[in-house]
Design a protein around this ligand. Structure first.
Ligand code: ADP
Ligand code: ADP
Length: 226
């Protein structure tokens, strides 16, 4: 099983790129945020627990996140390969993922870091609309849907996530950037990190990621954007 992980700040374009890559590479896109939002909607115990943290822009505690992802890795539809989006977000999560994958004779083949400066993250999150059915992301300026308020892909209604309000966006950036850099260090140490310039247009970011995946021998941490 091939495993790629998307790394990036809230709003960097992880979900956008993971969906495109999954489609092009025939892999499964697994987004931790989508799994949590589904659990919240269904009112499961995990959902009730996670909501308390998500509403504050905080990270859900590692054990809750790890258990949820492990359960998903065991499902048949991940066997073709999986692109993890939004997980791991802390070093303990990255270490737990390594153990879980090793048990399945797999490993993280590449960690794809999409780098975007903070002011652009705020612009992206404040203009983001996602679809009800699958969380497909749009942006009022940079990626408007063909028909206002409707998902191009599945026709479901678009809405603004509660945690994309300005005060929660600030809290997310304040709390989530430092652990993200720990994850980047972890994958740099393992020699599987590739970094691309996430400020480019969506298609250019995809191209850079595909190039990076096609040349896995790239020295650790070398930036595609440099
Ligand atoms: P974004 O991609 O916009 O940063 P996500 O949809 O990935 O947001 O996540 C939404 C929220 O769900 C996060 O702010 C956090 O509260 C929670 N969450 C998602 N993934 C994780 C994770 N791996 N660890 C801890 N919390 C998570
Ligand atoms: P993440 O999953 O990292 O939180 P998303 O993929 O949801 O990020 O993207 C955040 C917002 O930025 C969305 O509104 C999306 O349409 C927009 N976006 C994504 N990639 C780009 C890009 N390369 N240029 C401009 N806007 C983008």
């Amino acid at each position: 099983m091939k495993v790629y992980v998307m790394v990036g700040a809230p709003g960097a374009g992880k979900g956008t790129q993971a969906a495109i890559l999954a489609e092009q590479l025939g892999m499964r896109h697994l987004a931790s945020g989508d799994l949590f939002r589904e659990a919240v909607r269904e009112g499961t115990p995990v959902g009730l627990e996670a909501k308390r943290y998500m509403d504050r822009g905080a990270l859900v505690p590692d054990p809750v996140v790890i258990a949820m992802i492990e359960e998903r890795l065991d499902r048949q539809d991940a066997a073709a390969g999986v692109i993890l989006d939004g997980f791991p977000r802390t070093r303990p999560q990255a270490e737990a993922l390594a153990v879980a994958l090793a048990r399945r004779e797999a490993q993280v083949d590449a960690a794809l870091y999409v780098g975007v400066p903070e002011d652009e993250l705020v612009r992206r999150l404040s203009g983001r609309w996602v679809c009800r059915a699958s969380g497909h992301p749009y942006h009022v300026v940079s990626k408007p849907p063909l028909v206002t308020g409707i998902c191009d892909i599945d026709g479901s209604e678009l809405y603004q996530r509660e945690d994309d309000r300005p005060e929660t966006v600030r809290a997310r950036l304040e709390q989530q950037l430092a652990p993200m850099y720990d994850v980047i260090d972890h994958y740099t140490e393992l020699g599987v990190l590739v970094a691309v310039d996430g400020t480019q247009p969506i298609a250019a970011v995809t191209e850079a990621l595909l190039r990076a995946i096609a040349h896995p021998a790239r020295p650790a941490g070398r930036s595609e954007a440099a």
